[in-house]
Structure formats: C-alpha cells, structure tokens
Ligand binder design. Structure first.
Ligand SMILES: *Cc1c(COP(=O)(O)O)cnc(C)c1O
Length: 458
C-alpha cells in the first residue's frame, strides 16, 4: 500500500525535475505575476478519489493548471513586495530532505541534519557580525523568527509573561512584529518614523519615560535593518546605545536586509548589525532559498532553552546530544530547513552569494539614476538595500495604484506600490541576480508608456 515500484518512482522523479527545469528555462516568457482567473478555484480540482489514478497525469495538471497560478517570485522582472529568487540547488536539497523525511527536533532524531542547521546558523551569525556564543534556530520565516525573539526578550527582561510589557516599533516596522507581540499578550507602541523613515532615538526615550511613568514595563525596541517598504535602515548603533541606557532588549529585524552585510556597501550601511540582542534574518528572501527558511539569532546562549524547553514522558529517550532544536522554539516536529542553504553555499561558494547580493543593490541604484535622468519622475526614496520608490509627476495616489496594476497586467514586469509619508508611490525591489540592467531600463519604459496613457485618461 502507498508504494510505487522503484522504476516508476525513478521515472516520476526525473519527470518532475524535467518539468521544473523546463519552467526555469522558459520563465522569462511568462508574466511575473499570473493574472487571476475569477472562474478558477478549488472546485476545478475535482472530488477526492477513492481509487488510484495516473500520477503523471496529476503531475501534468499540477504543472499546467495549478503551479502557474500566482506570482513567480523567482522571475527576473518580479519587483513587487520582496521576491524570492531561489536557487535550483536549494530546491534539490528540499527534495532530499523531504525524501528521507529529515528531522531536526532532537539530536537523536536527526543529528546529521541538526548539525547542518547548527552550521548554517553559525554562518548566518558570522555574516551578521554577532559574537561566537550566539545561539539560534531556523524558523519558517521572519514572522516566527521575531515571535521567538520577543519570547526570549520578555524572559530576559521581565522574567516571563507580564501583560504590561511594551515593545517599541515604528510605522515602518513589518506588520508581523506587532502581531507577534499581541500573540504573546504584550503591547506594542508605534513611534512615528522621522527623516529617512528611520526611528529617532529621542522619540524612543520620550515614549519609554512616559510609559514607565504610567506603570507599563518597556522591555524591547525593534530596529529594522532594511524596511520592507523602502529598504530604510534604522540607526543601529544609536539605538543600541539608547537600548543600553534604557534597559531595553534590542531586536533587529533583518528579515529582508541583513544579508546585505555580505557586501562591502551593505556592511557599511548596516554598521552595528551585530550589536543586536536578537536578530531575525530570512534566507528565503535575499539568500536565494526556496520557502520556508527564516532564522532567529540570540546573543545570550541558553536563553532560548529557558523559554522553550519541552518535556514529555514520550520524549525521555531523546534527551542529550549537541542540540535539541525543539527546545529553542515553538516547534517540536521540524524538517531540515538548513540543508538548502548549506547545499547551495557549498555548491556556488559564498563569493557568488556576495556578488549576487551586490548585483541587486546595484540594480536599484541603476533604477534610481535612470529615473533622475528622465523627465516627469520623482525619486521619493533613493535606492536603499535594493529598493527604490518613485512617483510620476501629475498623477495622484489612485493613478499610481492603477499604474502599478496596469504594469503587472501588461505582463512584462511587476512593480508594486507602498505608501511613503502619506503618498502612494511605485516601488521596485531588485534582488534577483538574474535581472539585467537592460531589463530595469525596459521596465521603466513600460511604466512610462502606461503612465502617459493614464495621464491622458486612457
Ligand atoms: C518579510 C519580512 C518579515 C516577515 O517575514 P516572513 O518570512 O514573511 O514571515 C518581517 N520583517 C521584514 C522586514 C520583512 O521584510
């Protein structure tokens, strides 16, 4: 039951991989975001079958009718939100991990894959400039990484749940962070960002003093190392100093931007990154891995275990070993997320990753320079860590929203919009190493053509 003959399995495996390579070879001919077909939905997939059917046919349905629906986050002209230009080698490692059902909840259950997780966590630590004793755990992504960090921060600063604990963020902080604080039952205070969409230490000091007077328990400040909207970087060193003075935990959200520290320019921009008490980083964004892999790094060793250690009579035979990742985060059963980063860095070498990240930074700078040369465009936020935002003169907010949608619909490239100050802006996030400078130029041509059409009321 539930088995196929080895030959058939081999053939199906080759077939799936061929279909994947076909997709990668022809990706460029597809739109970065498939248009939504309002008539398509789960009903099209038919009822649950009681008997068997041909796997090849179902795999064809998967590749022909199902997987093409949605965004192609690895498309060279996917500039919306934050892409995921994942390496094919990372996907191979995911297949291998799924194939043996690799487990990293305990050392007994998976000392091999757990050792790989420890290895990549240590790589990430080193890239971010955190000290050697720093501990970490791989998560599904940035959302869970920051949730894990806040639980550790609360333990360290307040000794456990309080209900009156306060975490400071800005209006530019990713929305998953206030959600994490709410899930933990603590409070978020949102500070207005200042010049350059950055957190101002003076605003933090004033808010903390006020909240302490009101009997609340400020315990953590979030600094974002590369905001999702504009790539802005909070003043990390200044916030570190303020956090020491105020007795706060410094959580740095580098989910998007931290990998830039691998490049000279990025390292300069992210000066102070390694001062974090905890840091979130998402290899499934700018380290070119398929979903899902995030990571939280915590400076104080043993703290995660103090928060998350799990005991159960049924687990007594699996204690000990170098690490039991079930004791470092809220998941017990966990797959082997580290394998993909490990295999792809081993395959290409770290220099290739450095060059790939630097290319993304250069693409956004190129877009900014071209926009400044052209008439009729305003650069709203300059290129920062691979993100640039801009506006067309004479078009209002609604027209910018329409312009972005029309560009996506046109099918050549996919920008997105965000809000800076109180204005809707267009936004390009250019982190795909396969994107060329010519494609940036051509994308701006398309947007300009459609902008003229909108300006003419077409
Ligand atoms: C993407 C992102 C997150 C959320 O990470 P997920 O992997 O989507 O859970 C958090 N913070 C920043 C800055 C991000 O860009």
């Amino acid at each position: 039951l539930l088995d196929l003959p080895p030959d058939e399995l081999r053939a199906l495996g080759h077939y799936v991989w061929d279909r994947l390579v076909d997709r990668w070879e022809t990706l460029d001919e597809q739109p970065p975001i498939a248009p939504i077909d309002p008539d398509w939905g789960p009903l099209r997939l038919g009822p649950c079958p009681d008997g068997p059917s041909d796997a090849t046919e179902t795999i064809d349905e998967l590749f022909d009718a199902i997987l093409p629906r949605g965004q192609r986050a690895d498309h060279p002209r996917f500039f919306a939100r934050i892409g995921s230009p994942s390496t094919y080698v990372g996907a191979l490692a995911d297949a291998a991990a799924a194939g043996v059902n690799a487990f990293t909840g305990s050392w007994t259950g998976g000392s091999g894959p757990s050792a790989v997780d420890l290895t990549v966590i240590d790589w990430l630590r080193g890239w971010c400039g955190m000290p050697e004793q720093t501990a970490g755990v791989l998560t599904s992504g940035g959302s869970l990484a920051s949730l894990t960090a806040f639980a550790a921060a609360r333990q360290a600063r307040l000794g456990g749940p309080s209900g009156t604990g306060v975490v400071y963020v800005t209006d530019q902080t990713h929305a998953s962070l206030p959600r994490a604080v709410a899930l933990l039952g603590e409070r978020t205070r949102v500070l207005a960002s200042g010049a350059g969409q950055r957190l101002e230490p003076a605003a933090l000091r004033a808010a903390v003093e006020e909240d302490r007077r009101d009997g609340l328990q400020p315990f953590c400040v979030v600094a974002t190392a590369g905001t999702t909207s504009t790539g802005a970087i909070d003043p990390l060193r200044e916030l570190h100093a303020a956090s020491r003075e105020l007795g706060l935990w410094l959580h740095v959200d580098g989910a998007y931007g931290a990998p830039a520290a691998l490049t000279p320019g990025g390292a300069a921009a992210l000066d102070g990154l390694g001062l974090a008490d905890s840091l979130a980083i998402d290899p499934h964004k700018w380290l070119f891995q398929p979903y899902e892999i995030g990571c939280v790094l915590v400076r104080e060793p043993g703290l995660l275990e103090r928060v998350f250690s799990l005991e159960g009579a049924y687990l007594r035979d699996t204690a000990g070993g170098s690490v039991n990742f079930r004791d470092r985060g809220p998941e017990l059963t966990r797959g082997a997320r580290g394998l993909k980063l490990w295999l792809s860095v081993r395959t290409f070498g770290l220099d290739a990753f450095r060059a790939a990240i630097a290319h993304g930074i250069a693409l956004a700078e190129h877009a900014e320079a071209r926009l400044r040369e052209r008439d009729g465009w305003e650069v709203v936020t300059p290129a920062s860590l691979g993100i640039v935002t801009f506006r067309r003169d004479g078009l209002d907010d609604g027209a910018h929203t329409r312009l972005s949608a029309a560009t996506v619909e046109d099918g050549y490239a996919a920008p997105s919009t965000t809000v800076v100050g109180d204005r809707v802006v267009l936004r390009l996030c250019t982190i795909n190493p396969r994107t060329t400078f010519e494609e940036i130029d051509a994308t701006l041509d398309v947007i300009e053509r459609l902008a003229r059409r909108d300006a003419l009321g077409g």
